[in-house]
Design a protein around this ligand. Structure first.
Ligand code: S3P
Length: 431
């Protein structure tokens, strides 16, 4: 499946984007091991989260989907999961695999986690190391990639873990195992990462403290089922924000978007580039802050992107590369080496496609320099990466000619309905 996009900039609109992927995954996992029922609204029914739902069902949890974006989870309690029949297939989702590995390390039964070709080539050593230090036993392929065999029935102990990489997935895996461990589990972050796990644990009655970059929690605590209202996903909203910013004169309002401060790096980076973005109607959905995001077409300018914002915008760099190409001057990204181990090597994927569309990009191991210019028409590969595909779709709205974006199936992992959403606000996009 490919997208063909003909140049046609976005227009004034009011838009809704699907629910937050990170919060949706966590609602399923935490709701499953809670006591009682968890009702989730605004759930992201994308392939990644549906893979997590299927995995939790295989572990004996009853999960109904009463509406397109609603989930009803009958929690089985911390000790109620059952051995799965076969391997748990988590599709394209790194979040599902890493968090599930933490959760399953604390179970009395063994399990095997696997995924698609992309997921089965992503590094798992980063979770195997701390989980092993807690007393768990996980085996990967010899190069540290899935499938992962998780041995059950082992006694876990809390650890104090200094994370070498800023990763919410690693932090969450350790905390989920920590729920089953003796004593205190704490994780020190080298840079702040998304804190949805901590917030949802608190909503469910677990005491988790965050102080000076250290997150701590005592094992053995009970989770209580609750109501989860999932905000719209800022990472999905980013593509609309990008399209509006680089358009001729669009004025777009995206409603009810999660603006948790551990996620809003993209807004700060774009504002530093001259973007006209404002947050209106701020509210709290449970523990998660949301707002409507108003974006107006802006003349962007290049510059050095603050590396301190990288972990707060980690999924938004493909879109930021496109913003940089549309900006006047040169934009320098540093400290983004983690992009090389996402759903694709996102530095290489974006650099290659942007060059094919006439933009100069100089790549380094953990950075890139993007020279502002004019996108021309052509053909690019998404490398089966949803965010690469959507970033190029938005770039194409301002290209000089048609752009074909190859292999866009995975857009459904995070943004089902993307084509209709952007077509509805002016993009000329066909599947
Ligand atoms: C996620 C954390 C991030 C992000 C991913 C979702 C999460 O990964 O890239 O899309 O839900 O915890 P890392 O924390 O490993 O950077």
């Amino acid at each position: 499946m490919h997208f063909r996009v003909s140049p046609n900039a976005l227009r004034d609109a009011r838009v809704n984007v699907p629910g937050d992927k990170s919060v949706s995954h966590r609602s399923l996992m935490l709701g499953s091991i809670a006591e009682g029922r968890t009702h989730v609204s605004g759930f992201l029914a994308g392939e990644d989260c549906l893979a997590t739902a299927a995995a939790m069902r295989s572990l004996g949890v009853s999960i109904d989907q009463p509406g397109p974006t609603e989930m009803m989870i009958d929690g089985v309690g911390r000790h109620g999961l059952r051995p799965p029949e076969g391997d748990l297939d988590l599709g394209n989702s790194g979040t599902a695999m890493r968090l599930m590995a933490g959760l399953l390390s604390g179970q009395p039964f063994s399990s095997v986690l696997t995924g698609d070709a992309s997921l089965n080539s992503r590094p798992m050593g980063r979770i195997i190391k701390p989980l092993t230090a807690m007393g768990a036993a996980l085996e990967s392929d010899c190069d540290g990639t899935p499938p992962l065999q998780v041995t059950g029935g082992l006694r876990l102990r809390g650890i104090h873990y200094d994370m070498p990489v800023a990763s919410a997935q690693v932090k969450s895996a350790v905390l989920l195992a920590g729920l089953y461990a003796d004593g205190i589990t704490s994780v020190v972050e080298p840079a702040v990462t998304r804190d949805h796990t901590e917030r949802m644990l608190r909503t469910m009655g677990v005491t988790v403290t965050t102080s000076a970059g250290t997150i701590s929690m005592a094992g053995g605590q009970t989770l209580n089922g609750c109501e989860v209202r999932v905000p719209a996903d800022l990472s999905s909203a980013t593509f609309i924000i990008l399209g509006a910013l680089i358009s001729q004169d669009a004025d777009v309002l995206i409603e009810n978007v999660g603006v948790n401060p551990t996620r809003t790096g993209v807004i700060n980076i774009l504002q530093a580039m001259g973007a006209d973005i404002s947050l209106v109607n701020p509210q709290l959905l449970g523990e998660e802050p949301v707002a409507d995001i108003r974006v107006r077409a802006s003349r962007l300018r290049g510059g050095a992107v603050d590396p301190a914002l990288v972990s707060l915008a980690i999924d938004e760099f493909p879109a930021l590369f496109v913003a940089a190409a549309a900006a006047k001057g040169v934009t320098t990204f540093t400290g983004i080496g983690e992009l090389r181990v996402k759903e694709s090597d996102r530095i290489a994927a974006m650099a290659k496609g942007m060059r094919q569309l006439g933009i100069r990009v100089d790549e380094s191991d953990d950075g890139a320099v993007v020279h502002g210019g004019q996108f021309k028409g052509g053909e690019v590969d998404s490398f089966h990466d949803h965010r690469v595909a959507m970033s190029f779709a938005m770039a194409a709205t301002i290209a000089a000619d048609d752009v074909l974006i190859r292999d866009v199936e995975n857009v459904d992992t995070s943004f089902p309905g993307f084509r209709d959403c952007v077509a509805g606000i002016g993009a000329d996009i066909e599947v």
